[in-house]
Design a protein around this ligand. Structure first.
Ligand code: GLN
Length: 321
């Protein structure tokens, strides 16, 4: 079915969703990373970017929060750019684990590959793959420049968060060394883990994340800067990864109830991609049991419902002025 939605409808849907979800309670800030425990739990932002570059931002959309696991999407794109879809499938994988993001059990179960670049194991492997190999600074430049291109503006590490994560990432150290025993770390192990920790500690805004989401929805063409950041053939690959594991063990429930592939991070951010239509992001620190922001989930679901959109709805959507 052809479906036309006006920009005014989108603006109202975002504003209403924000107002309806603003006072939702429940959930807790992540506290296994001490820095995150102290972020104001009332912060809340909701942002949509359309494929012509139009943006709708409501609430705390310029607050810089820890990107955390949403960074996995951006670096998965980088290794897809550097190696192509086939090599990423071979060297990392594209399967949902059905288990928490930091699961060691998942690695033991699938020791032939780290499952997907969107859980901790696969993301550490992805950092190990980033070119130029063996050059920590060069690799970091590649990672952060890719962030800038996808988000349309620069982002920096929050030093305090980086220190907090580095001091407490014992589980991730186990993951990295376990992967090494399966020959799934393709560079120096401590360097690969450090790059992963650093990318998780980048401060990002909801408005930057929605531009990144829109770049994916727009087949790699950043709708704000007009830069073709990655080859269009990679867009369905990255959206597949997001669809299958973006919310870890609750991904199926999420996709079933929201209708939009999305990726969360324990900093409270969520990035959602509706291919050919828009990018959306929301940010609010309190998380549910699986580590996904309670308010961000509610807000994105509300926007989708109000606009009657869904990736599997079978509609041809046109946005009109
Ligand atoms: N840096 C966090 C970790 O490695 C990211 C986890 C997340 O956002 N789900 O545990």
């Amino acid at each position: 079915m052809d479906k036309k939605i006006s920009k005014a409808q989108i603006r109202s849907a975002v504003e209403e969703a924000y107002a309806e979800c603003k006072d939702i309670t429940g959930g807790h800030n992540a506290d296994y990373i001490p820095f995150l425990a102290n972020i104001n739990p009332n912060l809340f932002g909701l942002s949509v970017t359309l494929l012509d570059g139009t943006t709708v931002n409501v609430g705390d959309t310029e607050y810089k929060f820890g990107i955390e696991s949403v960074s996995k999407v951006l670096t998965a794109i980088l290794v897809l750019r550097q190696y192509g879809a086939e090599a990423v499938l071979k060297q990392i994988g594209a399967d949902a684990t059905g288990l928490p993001f930091n699961s060691i059990f998942a690695i033991l179960l699938e020791k032939d590959h780290p499952s997907t670049p969107l859980v901790n194991a696969g993301a550490i492997t992805a950092c190990s793959m980033v070119e130029p190999k063996g050059d920590s600074w060069g690799k970091w430049e590649a990672i952060i420049n890719n962030f800038t291109a996808l988000c349309g503006s620069p982002a920096q590490v929050i030093d305090e968060l980086y220190k907090s994560e580095s001091d407490t990432n014992f589980n991730n150290r186990s993951i990295a060394w376990l992967l090494k025993t399966y020959n799934r770390i393709y560079d120096d192990v401590p360097m690969s883990l450090d790059l992963y920790t650093r990318q998780c500690s980048v401060g990002i805004t909801a408005s930057q994340l929605s531009i990144c989401a829109a770049t994916i929805a727009n087949k790699g063409l950043n709708p704000v800067t007009k830069e073709q950041v990655f080859d269009a053939v990679l867009a369905p690959k990255i959206t597949t990864l997001i669809s299958t594991v973006g919310f870890y063990q609750t991904t199926g429930d999420w996709l079933y109830t929201s209708g939009i592939p999305a990726k969360s991070g324990v900093g409270g951010g969520v990035l959602g991609v509706l291919p050919g239509v828009m990018g959306i992001s929301a940010f609010a620190p309190p998380l549910d049991e699986a580590g996904n922001s309670v308010k961000a989930q509610a807000a994105i679901k509300a926007v989708m419902k109000k606009l009657e959109l869904g990736v599997f709805n079978g509609d041809r959507v046109t946005i009109i002025d």
